[in-house]
Write a protein that binds this ligand. Structure first.
Ligand SMILES: [Mn+2]
Length: 424
C-alpha cells in the first residue's frame, strides 16, 4: 500500500522536531533514574490486537455511513491490519469473529499474516444473531436457552470456533453472550444461570490445554431487563467454577456509568483471573468510541493497575484487544488513534513511582498519593511512544503518515466505494 522509501522520507521530515522533544523528555526521565532503552523496548514490545469487525465502518441501529474501500474478505482484513502495523508497529495481532471470518485455506491465511508480522489473538464466537440455514434461532438466547437443542447448537458453534482458532495458532476463545431477558418474568434467573454454566462447561472441556476461555460480561443491551452475565462478579463466579483456564474479560464499555473499572482490574489480577481486555471509550454506555477520547485519566488508572498486577501477581498473560467501531471516522484512522492512546496510557503507567505510592498509602498521605499519579499523567510522553515506534521501523506519526500516503483513497481505488466489510 506504500513504498518503504516514502515512510523513510516522511520520518526524515519529522525527525528534527522529534529529536528535540525526545531529548528533553529523555533527560528528565534519566534524572528520575529510568533506563531509557529498557523503557523504549518495553513500550515497543506492547502489541494490541485489532478486531476484524472494526476495520469496516460501524453503524447504529439507525444507519451506517461507510467510507468505501472496506475489506470484504478475511484476507483483506489481515492486509488492513498489516497497514496499521507497518505504520505503528503496535498492532501485530488480529482477533477474528466466527462465522464472519472463517478461513477457506488456513495455510494461506497464516502465511499472509506471518508475512505481515501478525498473530492471531483470541477468536470470538457469535450466538447473538442467527446465521442463514441454521436449525435453531437465538432469539430467546443461546447457551442459556430453555430448549436443549438450541443450547447444543450454540455449544457446537463454540467448539467449532475453537477448532478454527487452533488451526491459526490462537490461544483463547472469547465468549460474549447476548443472552438475557427484556421483561420482568421472562427468565428464571437461577435456571438461566445454571444452564449457561453447564453449557460453558462443555465448551471449556473442548479447550486445548494451552488455551484460555475469556468470559465477557455486559450489564444491558441487547436485553434491557436482565443479562445472564451482567457483571464481573457473575463472570468471575462462572470462571471460578469452570477451572484455572477460565478467566474474565473486561470490556471498558461494559459497565454502568461511573463504575470503578480500575478496582475491578486490580481485584481480578489479585485472584489471577483477569484473562483479557477490550479497549474502547464511552460517555454513557457501550458507546465503542475511540480509546482515550472521553476518559483518558480512567484509562491511565486502569493501566496503573494492569502494570502493578503484571509485576506483583501471578495473573496469566493477558490478551490485549480493541473493541470499538463507530459511524463517523475512517475505521483505520480510528484504530491508529486508539492504539496511540493505549500506548500513551501504558507508557505513563510504566513511569509511576509505585514504591513512593506505596509509602504514601501506608502513611495515609492522600495528597502525596494523588500527586504521584497526576504528576505522571500530566507528563507528555508522546516522544517516548514515538521513539519506540521509530526504532521498530514505523512512522513517527502514524496517523499523519496514513493521510500523507492517501491510503483510504488507494483502498477505494483497489476495492471500490461499495466494498462492505463482512459482519457489520
Ligand atoms: Mn467487547
Amino acid at each position: 500500500m506504500f513504498d518503504p522509501n516514502k515512510l523513510k522520507a516522511f520520518n526524515e521530515q519529522q525527525l528534527s522536531e522529534h529529536e528535540n522533544n525526545w531529548d528533553y523528555l529523555g533527560k528528565r526521565l534519566t534524572q528520575k533514574g529510568f533506563d531509557l532503552d529498557a523503557l523504549v523496548d518495553e513500550i515497543g514490545a506492547f502489541q494490541i490486537a485489532i478486531p476484524s469487525w472494526a476495520l469496516g465502518t460501524g453503524g447504529t441501529r439507525f444507519g451506517r455511513f461507510p467510507n468505501g474501500g472496506e475489506p470484504a474478505s478475511l484476507e483483506d482484513k489481515i492486509k488492513d491490519v498489516g497497514i496499521l502495523h507497518a505504520l505503528n508497529k503496535s498492532s501485530g495481532a488480529i482477533s477474528l469473529h466466527i462465522p464472519w471470518d472463517i478461513p477457506q485455506d488456513y495455510k494461506a491465511v497464516k502465511d499472509l499474516a506471518n508475512g505481515l508480522d501478525i498473530k492471531f489473538d483470541a477468536v470470538n464466537s457469535n450466538t447473538f444473531q442467527d446465521q442463514s440455514g441454521s436449525d435453531h434461532s437465538y432469539k430467546f438466547g443461546s447457551l442459556s436457552h430453555t430448549d436443549v437443542a438450541v443450547r447444543k447448537q450454540a455449544i457446537q458453534h463454540n467448539k467449532e470456533v475453537i477448532d478454527h482458532g487452533v488451526q491459526l495458532g490462537s490461544k483463547a476463545l472469547t465468549v460474549w453472550l447476548a443472552d438475557g431477558s427484556s421483561f420482568a418474568g421472562q427468565h428464571n434467573f437461577r435456571r438461566a444461570f445454571q444452564r449457561t454454566l453447564d453449557s460453558l462447561e462443555e465448551i471449556y472441556n473442548h479447550l486445548p490445554s494451552d488455551w484460555k476461555l475469556l468470559i465477557e460480561y455486559k450489564p444491558y443491551e441487547p436485553n434491557f431487563y436482565s443479562m445472564v452475565i451482567p457483571d464481573w462478579g457473575t463472570s468471575h463466579l462462572m470462571a471460578s467454577k469452570l477451572g484455572d483456564r477460565a478467566t474474565t474479560l473486561v470490556d471498558l464499555g461494559h459497565h454502568l456509568p461511573n463504575t470503578n473499572i480500575e478496582q475491578i482490574v486490580a481485584v481480578l489480577m489479585h485472584l489471577n483471573k483477569l484473562g483479557g481486555f477490550h479497549f474502547n471509550d464511552s460517555k454513557y454506555g457501550d458507546d465503542d468510541l475511540t480509546v482515550g477520547s472521553v476518559k483518558p485519566y480512567q484509562l491511565f488508572l486502569v493501566f496503573c493497575e494492569l502494570v502493578q498486577g503484571m509485576r506483583e501477581t501471578s495473573n496469566p498473560e493477558l490478551s490485549w484487544m480493541i473493541d470499538a467501531s463507530h459511524n463517523l471516522k475512517d475505521p483505520m484512522e480510528d484504530l491508529l488513534q486508539s492504539v496511540e492512546s493505549i500506548k500513551i496510557a501504558y507508557a505513563k503507567a510504566l513511569l509511576v513511582d509505585y514504591d513512593g505510592l506505596k509509602a504514601a498509602q501506608m502513611l495515609n498521605d492522600v495528597a502525596a498519593a494523588q500527586f504521584i499519579l497526576q504528576d505522571v499523567f500530566r507528563t507528555d510522553v508522546r516522544p517516548l511512544v514515538k521513539e519506540s515506534i521509530y526504532r521498530k521501523g514505523g512512522a513517527l506519526d502514524p496517523l499523519a503518515a496514513y493521510r500523507t500516503f492517501d491510503i483510504r483513497n488507494n483502498l477505494i481505488k483497489l476495492r471500490g466505494l461499495d466494498s462492505k466489510s463482512t459482519g457489520l
